[in-house]
Write a new protein. Structure first.
Lengths: 197, 203
């Protein structure tokens, strides 16, 4: 699958450094997705092993509780963390915003109780200045579970229509079964390509 | 004094930004059209048709012609996703409605979806450009035939035009866009949207 990935993205970024953030509430399936894509080893980082920008090293002692997973794939860095929860660590998120080309937002489509939170966190992150240009791909994940909402319902719940100045798309996925992930990446590579042209 | 002059300069020479919604049922060729528009106006390479996947969301294209900046919103046309169309109506200056004129089986669906669009209050007065797309295919019908088939009754209160195009080879697109820009420039709706945006020039 790594080969598919190379085919999709090598032509998009060339040799430029790029960053794709994979975000969502805890338990949405973000890490499973990274494993499914088999792009490399997922490095889970607790603060002691922070693969952080230099500027952040200084703050490490304060950053306890902020766990970022990173997969480096050629020149693209995929970085994953949970939204929601502690407000004290949120300022550190900004260290990961520069050069972000895309956000992959993962939602547990069966966790209807937390969709409101998922929506709020989502729109809050889109407000960030440094992420204004990033393209948005939403994975309506866990479609294999009973009671999972479909793409139209998740679109409605997340209020995706409020996004008007950047490209977005939503795909039904099951990370466990590996379904839908590459269709989404297809769209993403197209969107990034047409944005840069 | 400078800022006054600068403000005047901006007022006169700043191009108005128009939002154009590209709607139509799935497989009508909306995204292929958008990419073709981009390749015509931006001289770059848009995505080629074989790379385009069904849209399940929003694609955006920005172009500039002599007088105006255009922002195109291309929304997915699958049945379950049409509910998001109306969320973009309020800020749209005009609509391009794309129909696959080579697929007679889709006409009924295309017609009823279009009628629903035209009935919506938020689109009042918005110029409508209907693209009879896929003119490159055999068995395609012309723009006049399509107009006769659709027999739209709600068209009286807005400027509209049928145009034969091919998003594949590009024919008809430029004259369609020229028409829609001209309509938007003198449309009452544009004034209304501008007033709502608070005279910032950012509409």
């Amino acid at each position: 699958m790594g080969i598919v990935f190379t085919r999709l993205f090598s032509s998009v970024f060339g040799n430029r450094e790029a960053r794709i953030l994979v975000l969502g509430l805890d338990n949405a399936g973000k890490t499973t997705i990274l494993y499914r894509l088999q792009m490399g080893e997922v490095v889970s980082t607790i603060p002691s092993g922070f693969p952080a920008p230099d500027s952040l090293i200084f703050f490490l002692p304060f950053a306890i509780g902020f766990n970022v997973e990173t997969v480096q794939y050629n020149n693209i860095k995929f970085q994953v963390w949970d939204l929601g929860g502690q407000t004290s660590i949120r300022p550190y998120w900004r260290c990961y915003f520069p050069n972000t080309q895309a956000i992959i937002y993962v939602v547990d489509s069966s966790d209807t109780d937390r969709l409101v939170t998922a929506k709020e966190e989502f729109h809050a992150i889109l407000e960030e200045d440094e992420l204004k240009g990033a393209v948005v791909l939403v994975y309506a994940n866990k479609q294999d579970l009973p009671g999972a909402l479909d793409d139209a319902a998740i679109t409605e719940s997340l209020e995706l229509h409020k996004i008007k100045s950047r490209q977005w798309a939503i795909f039904k996925t099951s990370a466990i079964k590996g379904e839908g992930l590459f269709e989404g990446l297809d769209w993403l590579s197209n969107a990034l390509k047409s944005k840069s042209s | 004094m400078f800022s006054l002059a600068y403000g005047l300069w901006k007022y006169i020479f700043n191009k108005t930004e128009f939002h154009v919604l590209i709607l139509g049922v799935d497989k009508a060729g909306k995204t292929t059209l958008l990419e073709k528009i981009k390749s015509i106006y931006l001289k770059g390479e848009g995505l080629t048709p074989d790379r385009i996947v069904p849209t399940v969301g929003l694609n955006i294209g920005r172009i500039e012609d002599a007088n105006a900046k255009l922002v195109f919103w291309d929304l997915g046309g699958q049945v379950g996703l049409r509910t998001i169309w109306e969320k973009y109506y309020q800020e749209a200056h005009a609509i391009i409605y794309v129909i696959d004129a080579a697929a007679a089986s889709s006409f009924e669906d295309a017609k009823s979806a279009l009628e629903k669009v035209l009935r919506h209050e938020d689109l009042k007065g918005a110029p409508l450009l209907i693209f009879a797309n896929k003119q490159d295919l055999p068995g395609v019908i012309t723009d006049e035939e399509l107009a006769r088939y659709l027999q739209l009754k709600e068209l009286d209160e807005r400027p509209y035009k049928f145009q034969a195009v091919s998003a594949y080879d590009g024919r008809g697109i430029k004259s369609g866009i020229d028409w829609v820009v001209e309509q938007m420039e003198r449309s009452k709706r544009t004034e209304v949207l501008r007033a709502r945006a608070g005279l910032t020039g950012q509409i």
